[in-house]
Write a protein that binds this ligand. Structure first.
Ligand SMILES: Cc1ncc(COP(=O)(O)O)c(C=O)c1O
Length: 372
Protein backbone atom coordinates (compact mmCIF):
# COMPACT_ATOMS: atom_id res chain seq x y z
CA UNK A 1 0.00 0.00 0.00
CA UNK A 2 1.10 3.59 -0.69
CA UNK A 3 2.77 5.26 2.32
CA UNK A 4 -0.07 7.72 2.89
CA UNK A 5 -3.00 5.51 1.96
CA UNK A 6 -5.43 5.03 4.82
CA UNK A 7 -5.41 1.56 6.32
CA UNK A 8 -9.01 0.52 6.94
CA UNK A 9 -10.38 -1.91 9.50
CA UNK A 10 -11.84 -4.47 7.10
CA UNK A 11 -12.05 -3.12 3.56
CA UNK A 12 -13.45 -5.04 0.60
CA UNK A 13 -10.97 -6.91 -1.57
CA UNK A 14 -12.21 -6.60 -5.14
CA UNK A 15 -10.27 -8.15 -8.00
CA UNK A 16 -10.66 -8.92 -11.75
CA UNK A 17 -13.01 -11.86 -11.20
CA UNK A 18 -15.52 -9.80 -9.20
CA UNK A 19 -15.45 -6.99 -11.80
CA UNK A 20 -15.79 -9.50 -14.65
CA UNK A 21 -18.80 -11.17 -12.97
CA UNK A 22 -20.57 -7.87 -12.31
CA UNK A 23 -20.01 -6.71 -15.90
CA UNK A 24 -21.38 -10.03 -17.16
CA UNK A 25 -24.44 -9.68 -14.92
CA UNK A 26 -25.06 -6.16 -16.26
CA UNK A 27 -24.58 -7.26 -19.87
CA UNK A 28 -26.97 -10.17 -19.38
CA UNK A 29 -29.81 -7.72 -18.68
CA UNK A 30 -30.73 -9.69 -15.54
CA UNK A 31 -30.28 -7.14 -12.83
CA UNK A 32 -33.33 -8.05 -10.72
CA UNK A 33 -33.24 -10.79 -8.04
CA UNK A 34 -33.42 -13.34 -10.84
CA UNK A 35 -30.51 -14.42 -13.03
CA UNK A 36 -27.75 -16.94 -13.42
CA UNK A 37 -25.53 -15.47 -10.66
CA UNK A 38 -28.31 -15.65 -8.08
CA UNK A 39 -28.62 -19.36 -8.92
CA UNK A 40 -24.84 -19.82 -8.99
CA UNK A 41 -24.18 -18.10 -5.63
CA UNK A 42 -27.13 -19.87 -3.98
CA UNK A 43 -25.85 -23.25 -5.23
CA UNK A 44 -22.34 -22.60 -3.91
CA UNK A 45 -23.68 -21.65 -0.49
CA UNK A 46 -26.12 -24.61 -0.40
CA UNK A 47 -23.28 -27.00 -1.14
CA UNK A 48 -21.09 -25.42 1.54
CA UNK A 49 -23.74 -25.36 4.29
CA UNK A 50 -25.53 -28.54 3.09
CA UNK A 51 -28.80 -26.69 3.69
CA UNK A 52 -31.36 -24.55 1.83
CA UNK A 53 -30.16 -21.01 1.15
CA UNK A 54 -32.17 -17.87 0.55
CA UNK A 55 -30.14 -14.84 -0.57
CA UNK A 56 -31.39 -11.62 1.04
CA UNK A 57 -30.54 -7.93 1.11
CA UNK A 58 -28.89 -8.05 4.58
CA UNK A 59 -27.98 -10.04 7.66
CA UNK A 60 -30.59 -8.08 9.61
CA UNK A 61 -33.42 -8.98 7.23
CA UNK A 62 -32.24 -12.60 7.35
CA UNK A 63 -32.62 -12.63 11.15
CA UNK A 64 -36.04 -11.06 10.79
CA UNK A 65 -37.11 -13.71 8.27
CA UNK A 66 -35.73 -16.49 10.49
CA UNK A 67 -37.86 -15.17 13.36
CA UNK A 68 -40.93 -14.98 11.09
CA UNK A 69 -40.37 -18.61 10.05
CA UNK A 70 -40.33 -19.66 13.73
CA UNK A 71 -43.80 -18.05 13.92
CA UNK A 72 -42.79 -15.86 16.81
CA UNK A 73 -45.68 -13.81 18.19
CA UNK A 74 -46.04 -10.57 20.13
CA UNK A 75 -45.09 -11.21 23.77
CA UNK A 76 -43.03 -14.37 23.09
CA UNK A 77 -39.63 -14.51 24.81
CA UNK A 78 -36.41 -14.65 22.77
CA UNK A 79 -33.06 -15.37 24.44
CA UNK A 80 -30.31 -13.35 22.78
CA UNK A 81 -26.55 -12.76 23.00
CA UNK A 82 -25.77 -9.55 24.90
CA UNK A 83 -22.26 -8.90 23.61
CA UNK A 84 -23.03 -8.29 19.94
CA UNK A 85 -24.13 -5.71 17.40
CA UNK A 86 -27.65 -4.32 17.88
CA UNK A 87 -28.78 -5.91 14.60
CA UNK A 88 -28.75 -9.31 16.32
CA UNK A 89 -31.62 -8.15 18.55
CA UNK A 90 -33.51 -5.47 16.60
CA UNK A 91 -35.68 -7.97 14.68
CA UNK A 92 -36.99 -9.30 18.03
CA UNK A 93 -38.42 -5.83 18.63
CA UNK A 94 -39.79 -5.62 15.06
CA UNK A 95 -42.03 -8.54 16.06
CA UNK A 96 -42.89 -7.05 19.48
CA UNK A 97 -41.38 -10.13 21.10
CA UNK A 98 -39.43 -9.79 24.36
CA UNK A 99 -35.63 -10.16 24.32
CA UNK A 100 -33.82 -11.64 27.30
CA UNK A 101 -30.11 -10.89 27.12
CA UNK A 102 -27.54 -13.54 28.03
CA UNK A 103 -23.99 -12.57 28.97
CA UNK A 104 -20.65 -13.79 27.68
CA UNK A 105 -18.16 -16.36 28.85
CA UNK A 106 -14.53 -15.32 29.24
CA UNK A 107 -12.97 -17.77 26.76
CA UNK A 108 -14.83 -17.05 23.51
CA UNK A 109 -16.64 -13.80 24.50
CA UNK A 110 -19.82 -15.48 23.22
CA UNK A 111 -22.99 -16.49 25.08
CA UNK A 112 -22.16 -18.43 28.24
CA UNK A 113 -23.94 -21.82 28.50
CA UNK A 114 -23.95 -21.36 32.30
CA UNK A 115 -25.70 -17.98 32.18
CA UNK A 116 -28.10 -19.40 29.60
CA UNK A 117 -28.94 -22.31 31.85
CA UNK A 118 -29.60 -20.14 34.91
CA UNK A 119 -31.66 -17.67 32.84
CA UNK A 120 -33.95 -20.45 31.59
CA UNK A 121 -34.32 -21.84 35.13
CA UNK A 122 -35.23 -18.42 36.49
CA UNK A 123 -37.68 -17.68 33.65
CA UNK A 124 -39.31 -21.11 34.10
CA UNK A 125 -39.75 -20.41 37.81
CA UNK A 126 -41.68 -17.30 36.76
CA UNK A 127 -43.82 -19.39 34.41
CA UNK A 128 -42.04 -18.14 31.26
CA UNK A 129 -40.99 -20.55 28.50
CA UNK A 130 -38.69 -18.86 25.98
CA UNK A 131 -39.43 -19.89 22.41
CA UNK A 132 -36.33 -18.90 20.43
CA UNK A 133 -32.63 -18.25 21.06
CA UNK A 134 -30.43 -16.05 18.85
CA UNK A 135 -26.74 -16.68 19.35
CA UNK A 136 -24.02 -14.58 17.70
CA UNK A 137 -20.53 -15.91 16.92
CA UNK A 138 -18.65 -12.72 17.66
CA UNK A 139 -15.74 -11.64 15.46
CA UNK A 140 -16.02 -15.08 13.82
CA UNK A 141 -15.26 -17.09 16.97
CA UNK A 142 -17.49 -20.17 17.46
CA UNK A 143 -19.65 -20.18 20.59
CA UNK A 144 -19.83 -23.43 22.59
CA UNK A 145 -22.66 -24.67 20.43
CA UNK A 146 -22.68 -28.27 21.67
CA UNK A 147 -23.63 -27.13 25.18
CA UNK A 148 -26.05 -24.47 23.91
CA UNK A 149 -27.78 -26.96 21.59
CA UNK A 150 -28.21 -29.46 24.46
CA UNK A 151 -29.77 -26.82 26.70
CA UNK A 152 -32.11 -25.69 23.92
CA UNK A 153 -33.15 -29.27 23.09
CA UNK A 154 -33.99 -29.92 26.75
CA UNK A 155 -36.13 -26.80 26.81
CA UNK A 156 -37.73 -26.98 23.38
CA UNK A 157 -36.12 -23.75 22.18
CA UNK A 158 -35.51 -23.00 18.49
CA UNK A 159 -31.96 -21.81 17.69
CA UNK A 160 -31.09 -19.06 15.21
CA UNK A 161 -27.33 -18.77 14.67
CA UNK A 162 -26.24 -15.24 13.90
CA UNK A 163 -23.13 -16.11 11.89
CA UNK A 164 -23.06 -12.64 10.28
CA UNK A 165 -19.34 -12.31 11.09
CA UNK A 166 -18.47 -15.99 10.94
CA UNK A 167 -18.44 -17.18 7.33
CA UNK A 168 -15.46 -19.52 7.04
CA UNK A 169 -15.51 -20.55 10.74
CA UNK A 170 -16.21 -24.13 11.83
CA UNK A 171 -17.33 -26.06 14.89
CA UNK A 172 -16.75 -29.80 14.88
CA UNK A 173 -15.94 -29.38 11.16
CA UNK A 174 -19.37 -27.92 10.43
CA UNK A 175 -19.69 -24.37 9.06
CA UNK A 176 -21.12 -21.90 11.57
CA UNK A 177 -24.65 -21.03 10.62
CA UNK A 178 -25.49 -24.64 9.77
CA UNK A 179 -25.81 -26.15 13.25
CA UNK A 180 -28.81 -24.28 14.66
CA UNK A 181 -32.35 -24.68 13.34
CA UNK A 182 -31.73 -21.56 11.25
CA UNK A 183 -28.63 -19.52 10.48
CA UNK A 184 -27.75 -16.22 8.91
CA UNK A 185 -24.72 -14.66 7.20
CA UNK A 186 -24.03 -11.02 6.37
CA UNK A 187 -22.29 -9.82 3.22
CA UNK A 188 -22.17 -6.13 4.14
CA UNK A 189 -19.22 -3.93 3.23
CA UNK A 190 -16.83 -4.97 6.00
CA UNK A 191 -17.51 -8.71 6.07
CA UNK A 192 -15.06 -11.41 4.96
CA UNK A 193 -17.08 -11.74 1.75
CA UNK A 194 -19.03 -8.72 0.66
CA UNK A 195 -21.72 -7.99 -1.89
CA UNK A 196 -21.76 -4.34 -0.69
CA UNK A 197 -25.02 -5.06 1.12
CA UNK A 198 -26.49 -8.51 1.41
CA UNK A 199 -27.03 -11.61 3.43
CA UNK A 200 -28.16 -15.20 3.39
CA UNK A 201 -30.69 -17.19 5.38
CA UNK A 202 -29.79 -20.82 6.05
CA UNK A 203 -32.85 -23.04 6.33
CA UNK A 204 -33.37 -26.70 7.23
CA UNK A 205 -35.93 -27.77 4.60
CA UNK A 206 -37.83 -26.86 1.47
CA UNK A 207 -41.00 -25.93 3.38
CA UNK A 208 -39.30 -23.26 5.50
CA UNK A 209 -37.40 -22.05 2.42
CA UNK A 210 -40.61 -21.58 0.44
CA UNK A 211 -42.22 -19.61 3.27
CA UNK A 212 -39.16 -17.39 3.85
CA UNK A 213 -38.86 -16.74 0.12
CA UNK A 214 -42.50 -15.75 -0.11
CA UNK A 215 -42.15 -13.25 2.76
CA UNK A 216 -38.95 -11.82 1.24
CA UNK A 217 -40.80 -11.17 -2.03
CA UNK A 218 -43.69 -9.13 -0.57
CA UNK A 219 -45.70 -12.23 0.40
CA UNK A 220 -47.16 -12.59 -3.09
CA UNK A 221 -49.36 -15.66 -3.30
CA UNK A 222 -48.52 -18.02 -6.16
CA UNK A 223 -51.37 -17.05 -8.50
CA UNK A 224 -51.27 -15.14 -11.79
CA UNK A 225 -52.65 -11.91 -10.29
CA UNK A 226 -51.68 -9.83 -7.21
CA UNK A 227 -52.88 -11.54 -4.07
CA UNK A 228 -51.52 -11.00 -0.53
CA UNK A 229 -52.86 -12.88 2.47
CA UNK A 230 -50.21 -11.70 4.92
CA UNK A 231 -47.67 -8.96 5.52
CA UNK A 232 -44.70 -9.11 3.16
CA UNK A 233 -41.22 -7.60 2.98
CA UNK A 234 -38.85 -6.50 0.24
CA UNK A 235 -35.83 -8.47 1.44
CA UNK A 236 -34.51 -9.98 -1.78
CA UNK A 237 -31.13 -9.25 -3.37
CA UNK A 238 -30.11 -8.73 -7.00
CA UNK A 239 -28.28 -10.71 -9.66
CA UNK A 240 -25.57 -8.00 -9.72
CA UNK A 241 -24.82 -8.42 -6.02
CA UNK A 242 -24.94 -12.20 -6.34
CA UNK A 243 -22.37 -11.92 -9.15
CA UNK A 244 -20.05 -10.12 -6.74
CA UNK A 245 -20.69 -12.66 -3.99
CA UNK A 246 -20.15 -15.66 -6.22
CA UNK A 247 -16.68 -14.46 -7.25
CA UNK A 248 -15.77 -13.58 -3.65
CA UNK A 249 -16.92 -16.94 -2.32
CA UNK A 250 -14.36 -18.81 -4.45
CA UNK A 251 -11.61 -17.06 -2.45
CA UNK A 252 -13.03 -17.70 1.02
CA UNK A 253 -10.39 -20.17 2.16
CA UNK A 254 -7.57 -17.86 1.14
CA UNK A 255 -9.21 -14.93 2.92
CA UNK A 256 -9.63 -16.91 6.14
CA UNK A 257 -6.01 -18.04 6.01
CA UNK A 258 -4.82 -14.45 5.65
CA UNK A 259 -7.04 -13.14 8.48
CA UNK A 260 -5.73 -15.88 10.78
CA UNK A 261 -2.14 -14.96 9.92
CA UNK A 262 -2.88 -11.31 10.64
CA UNK A 263 -4.28 -12.24 14.05
CA UNK A 264 -1.19 -14.38 14.84
CA UNK A 265 1.09 -11.53 13.82
CA UNK A 266 -0.60 -9.03 16.14
CA UNK A 267 -0.76 -11.53 18.97
CA UNK A 268 2.91 -12.50 18.88
CA UNK A 269 4.01 -8.85 18.72
CA UNK A 270 1.58 -7.37 21.25
CA UNK A 271 2.21 -10.16 23.76
CA UNK A 272 5.87 -9.14 23.92
CA UNK A 273 4.92 -5.69 25.21
CA UNK A 274 1.57 -5.83 26.99
CA UNK A 275 -0.62 -8.03 29.13
CA UNK A 276 -3.42 -8.69 26.67
CA UNK A 277 -6.40 -10.98 26.42
CA UNK A 278 -8.16 -12.34 23.34
CA UNK A 279 -10.79 -14.85 22.20
CA UNK A 280 -9.67 -18.44 22.72
CA UNK A 281 -10.18 -21.04 20.04
CA UNK A 282 -11.48 -23.98 22.09
CA UNK A 283 -11.28 -27.65 21.08
CA UNK A 284 -13.16 -28.38 17.85
CA UNK A 285 -13.36 -24.66 17.04
CA UNK A 286 -11.91 -22.93 14.02
CA UNK A 287 -12.32 -19.15 13.77
CA UNK A 288 -12.07 -17.04 10.61
CA UNK A 289 -10.59 -14.31 12.91
CA UNK A 290 -12.77 -11.81 11.07
CA UNK A 291 -11.51 -8.94 13.23
CA UNK A 292 -8.34 -9.22 15.31
CA UNK A 293 -9.58 -8.08 18.72
CA UNK A 294 -7.65 -7.65 21.95
CA UNK A 295 -8.26 -6.45 25.51
CA UNK A 296 -5.55 -4.13 26.78
CA UNK A 297 -4.67 -2.89 30.27
CA UNK A 298 -6.94 0.02 31.35
CA UNK A 299 -7.15 2.95 28.90
CA UNK A 300 -4.35 1.66 26.66
CA UNK A 301 -6.92 0.86 23.95
CA UNK A 302 -7.90 4.55 23.82
CA UNK A 303 -4.27 5.62 23.55
CA UNK A 304 -3.60 3.11 20.77
CA UNK A 305 -6.77 4.13 18.93
CA UNK A 306 -5.96 7.84 18.92
CA UNK A 307 -2.36 7.09 17.91
CA UNK A 308 -3.60 4.98 14.98
CA UNK A 309 -6.22 7.64 14.05
CA UNK A 310 -3.43 10.22 13.81
CA UNK A 311 -1.53 7.89 11.51
CA UNK A 312 -4.49 7.35 9.18
CA UNK A 313 -5.12 3.83 10.45
CA UNK A 314 -8.65 2.74 11.33
CA UNK A 315 -9.34 0.70 14.47
CA UNK A 316 -12.57 0.21 16.40
CA UNK A 317 -13.72 -0.31 19.98
CA UNK A 318 -15.44 -3.60 20.74
CA UNK A 319 -19.24 -3.96 20.88
CA UNK A 320 -21.05 -2.03 23.57
CA UNK A 321 -23.10 -4.73 25.41
CA UNK A 322 -26.77 -4.52 24.38
CA UNK A 323 -28.09 -4.07 27.93
CA UNK A 324 -26.20 -0.73 28.05
CA UNK A 325 -28.33 0.79 25.26
CA UNK A 326 -31.42 2.92 25.90
CA UNK A 327 -33.42 0.99 23.29
CA UNK A 328 -32.92 -2.29 25.20
CA UNK A 329 -32.84 -0.98 28.76
CA UNK A 330 -36.23 -2.36 29.83
CA UNK A 331 -35.34 -5.99 29.18
CA UNK A 332 -33.79 -8.60 31.48
CA UNK A 333 -30.13 -9.55 31.44
CA UNK A 334 -28.40 -12.59 32.93
CA UNK A 335 -24.63 -12.40 32.95
CA UNK A 336 -21.45 -10.78 34.23
CA UNK A 337 -21.76 -7.16 33.13
CA UNK A 338 -18.38 -6.33 34.67
CA UNK A 339 -16.65 -8.66 32.21
CA UNK A 340 -18.63 -7.47 29.17
CA UNK A 341 -18.01 -3.84 30.07
CA UNK A 342 -14.32 -4.65 30.31
CA UNK A 343 -14.47 -5.89 26.70
CA UNK A 344 -16.18 -2.67 25.69
CA UNK A 345 -14.01 -0.32 27.73
CA UNK A 346 -10.58 -1.92 27.24
CA UNK A 347 -10.90 -3.69 23.89
CA UNK A 348 -9.82 -2.72 20.40
CA UNK A 349 -10.22 -4.29 16.94
CA UNK A 350 -7.17 -3.77 14.74
CA UNK A 351 -7.10 -3.65 10.92
CA UNK A 352 -7.82 -7.16 9.68
CA UNK A 353 -8.62 -7.01 5.94
CA UNK A 354 -7.22 -9.89 3.90
CA UNK A 355 -5.68 -7.35 1.49
CA UNK A 356 -3.43 -5.86 4.21
CA UNK A 357 0.14 -6.66 3.27
CA UNK A 358 3.08 -7.43 5.55
CA UNK A 359 4.34 -3.86 5.20
CA UNK A 360 1.02 -2.49 6.52
CA UNK A 361 1.12 -4.85 9.49
CA UNK A 362 4.71 -3.98 10.25
CA UNK A 363 3.79 -0.27 10.07
CA UNK A 364 0.96 -0.70 12.60
CA UNK A 365 3.09 -2.60 15.10
CA UNK A 366 6.07 -0.25 14.67
CA UNK A 367 3.89 2.81 15.32
CA UNK A 368 2.57 1.21 18.52
CA UNK A 369 6.05 0.07 19.59
CA UNK A 370 7.66 3.45 19.05
CA UNK A 371 4.96 5.56 20.68
CA UNK A 372 3.45 3.57 23.55
C1 LIG B 1 -23.27 -9.93 14.71
C2 LIG B 1 -23.99 -9.24 13.60
N1 LIG B 1 -25.30 -9.52 13.43
C3 LIG B 1 -26.00 -8.97 12.44
C4 LIG B 1 -25.44 -8.08 11.56
C5 LIG B 1 -26.28 -7.45 10.52
O1 LIG B 1 -25.85 -7.68 9.22
P1 LIG B 1 -26.18 -6.60 8.08
O2 LIG B 1 -25.32 -5.42 8.29
O3 LIG B 1 -25.85 -7.34 6.80
O4 LIG B 1 -27.63 -6.30 8.18
C6 LIG B 1 -24.07 -7.77 11.69
C7 LIG B 1 -23.35 -6.86 10.77
O5 LIG B 1 -23.55 -5.76 10.57
C8 LIG B 1 -23.34 -8.35 12.75
O6 LIG B 1 -22.05 -8.04 12.94
Amino acid sequence: MNKNTKIYLSPPNIDHSEIENVVQALKSGWISPFGSYTIDFTNKLSKYFKKNILLTNSGTSSIHLALKVTEIKEGDYVLCSNFTFAATAFPILYEKAIPVFIGSEKETWNMSPEFLHSAIEDLNRKGIKPKVLIIAHIYGMPAQLDKIIDICKDNNIIIIEDAAEALGSFYYNKPLGSMGNYGIISFNGNKIITTSQGGALILPNKKSYIYAEKLAFQAKEKVDYYKHNELGYNYSTSNILAALGSAQFDKLEKKVKRRRLIFDYYLSNLEKRFTIDYQKELNHSFSNRWLSSFIFPTSLNKKIKSLLDKNNIESRFLWNPLNNHKVFKNFSYYGDSFFENRLFKNGLCLPSGDNLNDEDLNKIITIIDKNI
